[in-house]
Design a protein around this ligand. Structure first.
Ligand SMILES: *[C@@H]1O[C@H](CO)[C@@H](O)[C@H](O)[C@H]1NC(C)=O
Length: 317
C-alpha cells in the first residue's frame, strides 16, 4: 500500500502552549513579511541604494519571506487543528522548497561576504570587480545552485517506497525524518542526503569563515572611522551566519538520532533568522534608515496632496 499522506506531530502537544504559539507565530510571521517587504521597497525606491550590497540584501529579504512561508503558515494553522495532515505531494513540495530557499540563502550569504571582502580588502578595485553584472550573476547563481541542490536531494527521495509508518515528529516534512519512513533499507539514501546537504552547508560555511577571517585580519591593523564602520557591518553579518548555520549544522550532524531539539532548531532557521535580518542589517544602518525616512516623508507628502485635492473637490461640489 502506498502512503498518500503524512501525519505531522507539530511543535508541541500541550494545548495551552499551542494557543500561546498560535499568537506568537502569527505575530512573528507578520513581522517577517512586513519587515522584509519594507527593506525591498526601500532599496528599490532609493537610487542611492542601487549598489551590489543593497541589491543582494533586498534579494536576501525576498528569500527570507519565502523561507518563512513554505511551512510556517501551515504550522500556525495546525496549532489549532487536529490531526495535522499533509499530502504526499505537499510533503515533497515542502522538502523541495526548503532546500531551494535554504540553499539559495547560503550561497547568497557567501556572495554578500565576498562583496564585503572586495569592498574592505580591495577598495580600489571594488567598482570594477563588483559591477552590477557580476552582482546579477551572483544572485542568479544562488538561485540556480539552490534549485540544483534541491533537485538532487529530491531525486533519490521521491522514488523511495513509502508503505508503512507515516508519522513525522515535526511541524513540517523534515527530510531527515521522512527518509527514515521509507520501507526499505534507508542507509544509502541517508548517507547520500547527508553528503548532499553537508557538502552544501560545509562548503558555504567555510567560504564564509575564510572571507570573514581575512576581513577581520585586514580591519584589525587599522583604527580609522571607516574601519569601525566595517567592523560593525561585519558583526551583523557574522551574527546572521551563526544563527542560520548553527541549527542547520546541528540538525544534519546528528541526522540518524532524532533529538527533540531538532524542531526548535528548525524554527530558528526558518523564523528567527528571517526576522533578524531586517533588524540586524537595517536598523543599525544609517543609509537604510535615512532612505526609510525619505520614503516616509514622500508618503506623507503624497497623502497630504491627496487630501488637499479631495478638499478642493468637496469645495467645488
Ligand atoms: C535581486 O537581484 C537582481 C539581480 O541583481 C536585481 O535585478 C533585483 O532588482 C533584485 N531584487 C530585489 C527585490 O532587490
Amino acid at each position: 500500500m502506498e502512503v498518500a499522506e503524512f501525519v505531522l506531530l507539530g511543535l508541541s502537544s500541550s494545548w495551552e502552549l499551542r494557543y500561546f504559539f498560535f499568537v506568537l507565530f502569527n505575530f512573528l510571521y507578520m513581522a517577517i513579511v512586513l519587515g522584509n517587504l519594507l527593506i525591498v521597497i526601500t532599496v528599490i525606491s532609493e537610487p542611492a541604494l542601487h549598489t551590489p550590497m543593497y541589491i543582494m540584501l533586498s534579494n536576501l529579504s525576498v528569500l527570507d519571506v519565502f523561507l518563512a512561508t513554505y511551512a510556517t503558515p501551515k504550522m500556525i494553522h495546525d496549532f489549532l487543528h487536529e490531526p495535522k495532515i499533509i499530502s504526499f505531494e505537499g510533503c515533497m513540495a515542502q522538502i523541495f522548497l526548503l532546500h531551494v530557499f535554504a540553499g539559495g540563502e547560503m550561497v547568497l550569504l557567501v556572495a554578500m561576504a565576498y562583496d564585503r571582502y572586495v569592498a574592505i580588502c580591495k577598495p580600489l578595485h571594488y567598482a570594477t570587480i563588483m559591477n552590477l553584472c557580476r552582482c546579477t550573476g551572483l544572485v542568479v547563481g544562488s538561485w540556480v545552485i539552490g534549485v540544483m541542490h534541491s533537485l538532487s536531494q529530491l531525486a533519490f527521495t521521491i522514488n523511495l517506497p513509502f508503505c508503512g509508518p507515516n508519522i513525522v515528529d515535526s511541524y513540517y516534512c523534515d527530510l531527515t525524518l521522512v527518509i527514515k519512513l521509507a520501507c526499505t533499507d534507508t542507509y544509502v539514501p541517508e548517507v547520500l542526503m547527508l553528503l548532499d546537504s553537508g557538502l552544501m552547508g560545509v562548503t558555504s560555511f567555510f567560504l564564509l569563515l575564510i572571507s570573514y577571517m581575512v576581513i577581520l585580519v585586514t580591519v584589525r591593523g587599522h583604527s580609522s572611522v571607516s574601519m569601525a564602520k566595517a567592523r560593525s557591518t561585519l558583526t551583523a553579518h557574522i551574527t546572521v551566519v551563526i544563527l542560520f548555520f548553527g541549527p542547520c549544522i546541528f540538525i544534519y550532524s546528528w541526522p540518524f538520532s532524532n533529538f527533540p531539539v531538532d524542531k526548535v532548531l528548525s524554527v530558528f532557521s526558518t523564523v528567527f533568522t528571517p526576522i533578524l535580518n531586517p533588524i540586524i542589517y537595517t536598523l543599525r544602518n544609517k543609509e537604510v534608515k535615512s532612505a526609510m525616512h525619505k520614503l516616509k516623508t514622500r508618503y506623507i507628502s503624497s497623502r497630504l496632496l491627496f487630501q488637499l485635492s479631495l478638499t478642493r473637490l468637496n469645495l467645488l461640489n
